[in-house]
Design a protein around this ligand. Structure first.
Ligand code: AMP
Ligand code: ZN
Length: 484
């Protein structure tokens, strides 16, 4: 680890409900698994918060000098409409209602998800592990634990949660309390027992089904993550992440399988981390509403996707974050000011020397950033630190630029390259093109030069009515006004 590690990185472990210093399993490395999307639909921006968080974690570990191996899975089979064992298979259901094949649905929404990953500048993991590519290995995993830990029912192979110690510890509840929270399947020995293999009902054919010792069927969702995480990261790896809802069922079930597979009380990952939810009082964070908030909806309004990333970074990942358009527009304005500050900083670079030792103010900012990130990835104070850095006009520009680049290794906001013009996205509702705006601005300039102020004002009014704000004296010249 580099000098940013003189103080330990502390992370909140949902298993122990405490902040714990991060100690890698393999010296100099960090191995992280993130529960990925179920690709039966688009991801909403709440889902994307989970990946911004995992990316922040990965970037911080890399910044600390650790060799990061990050794996994110794609659940293209096995997730039922309930997190327990009830409901339909989400993929099969989406296929039935759209008339497309489950495979086509999976491909389409995986591509859409990857596009959003890119637009949020989330770094590519070392491996995207696709569930359907691993079914044979999942069957082998299940065979290995079936005798001691599972029992067969008509509907599938079930994991007996009483065969592992401390089931439900992650959820922070006693196993008795779990009763009633999980929909029952006839014949289960305990309500919290779960399917690791779901048999295709007699007389039915699923689009996605495989032969197994328990009959034709599909793997349970929890089995996927146990098998793929340990395949790529080892039986004991560093960190497992997911949204806070996974703390209740999905991750306790993964832990139970890991314990069974490893014949150990250890849960597989040393640290289990969970991001809190993005919430929306208008109910737009629920896919069942049909009309949920996707990144594309933000873009269509003229909001740059990285403004959403900044919005996530402004809150601690363990806090609930309430979504509102007003908040998002305020974040975009803040982002534009930051980028404007960077544009000014770049102008000063030519006159810069960059030979002196680091300015004490910059050393202080770097230390404060390190302390904040060490405190369970507290990215919130890093944004004002960035603004402080930009306000230090008397400090050498090259030195400031170096620190800015370093800050962006963590923030991932494309700070060095983004311009205010890039942040100016054309709203879908705009009836005028950028070329037309520029043309009108030239006409207005000519009118002003001819001292025809009435004509110049008329052009301004016309543009205002079309959602364009003019900015006299600013090299950017104009901006879309965002109506929400
Ligand atoms: P899914 O595609 O439903 O499996 O969810 C993908 C990820 O998004 C999981 O890690 C969930 O825990 C997480 N998630 C779901 N809803 C939200 C939300 N509103 N805010 C933040 N994360 C969420
Ligand atoms: Zn998972």
């Amino acid at each position: 680890m580099n000098d940013t590690n003189s103080q330990p990185l502390k992370l909140f472990n949902s298993l122990t409900r405490t902040l714990e210093p991060f100690t890698p399993v393999h010296e100099g490395e960090a191995r992280v698994y993130t529960c990925g999307p179920t690709v039966y639909n688009y991801q909403h921006i709440g889902n994307m918060r989970a990946y911004v968080f995992a990316d922040l974690l990965g970037r911080t570990l890399s910044w600390k000098g650790l060799k990061l191996t990050h794996v994110i899975n794609i659940t293209d089979v096995g997730h039922l409409t309930s997190d327990a064992d009830a409901g339909d298979d989400k993929m099969e259901k989406a296929a039935a209602s759209s008339g497309k094949s489950a495979w086509d649905i999976a491909k389409y929404y995986t591509d859409a998800y990857w596009k959003d990953i890119d637009r949020l500048n989330i770094r590519q993991p070392a491996k995207w592990s696709i569930a359907t590519d691993h079914v044979g290995e999942m069957i082998e995993f299940a065979k290995g634990i079936a005798d001691k830990h599972c029992y067969e029912l008509e509907s599938g192979l079930y994991f007996d949660t009483s065969t592992v110690p401390d089931y439900g510890r992650l959820a922070g509840i006693q196993s008795d309390d779990i009763e009633g929270r999980i929909e029952t399947v006839e014949g289960k020995r305990h309500p919290q027992d779960f399917a690791i293999w779901r048999k295709t009902p007699v007389g039915e054919t699923r689009q996605m089904e495989w032969d197994s010792p328990w009959g034709k069927g599909a793997p349970g969702w929890h089995l996927e993550c146990s098998q793929m995480s340990m395949k790529y990261l080892g039986e004991t790896f560093d960190i497992h992440t997911g949204g806070i809802d996974h703390r209740e069922i999905h991750h306790p079930n993964e832990i139970a399988q890991n314990q069974a597979h490893n014949c150990s009380e250890h849960s597989g990952a040393n640290i289990w981390m969970h991001n809190n939810f993005l919430i929306d009082r208008a109910g737009k964070m629920s896919k069942s509403s049909g009309d949920f908030l996707r990144l594309q909806v933000l873009i269509d309004k003229g909001i740059h996707p990285l403004a959403y990333r900044l919005m996530c970074l402004q809150a601690h990942y363990r806090s609930e974050l309430e979504f509102s358009w007003d908040n998002l527009v305020a974040v975009l304005t803040r982002f534009k000011r930051i980028v404007m500050g960077i544009e000014r900083l770049k102008e000063r670079l030519a006159a810069s020397q960059d030979e002196k030792p680091p300015h004490p103010k910059l050393t202080e900012i770097r230390e404060q950033m390190n302390a904040a990130m060490n405190d369970d990835l507290n990215s919130c104070p890093v944004i004002p630190l960035l603004e402080d850095l930009l306000s230090l006009k008397k400090v050498d520009a090259a030195q400031r630029m170096d620190l800015l680049r370093e800050m962006d290794l963590i923030l991932g906001l494309h700070l060095e390259t983004l311009t205010r013009a890039d942040l100016r996205l054309r709203p879908k509702s705009a009836a005028i093109t950028e070329a037309e705006i520029e043309q009108k601005l030239d006409l207005r300039q000519q009118a002003k030069a001819d001292k025809d102020f009435a004509a110049a004002d008329a052009i301004r009014d016309e543009l205002t009515a079309q959602g364009v704000e003019l900015m006299d004296g600013d090299p950017l010249r104009w901006e879309w006004s965002i109506s929400i």
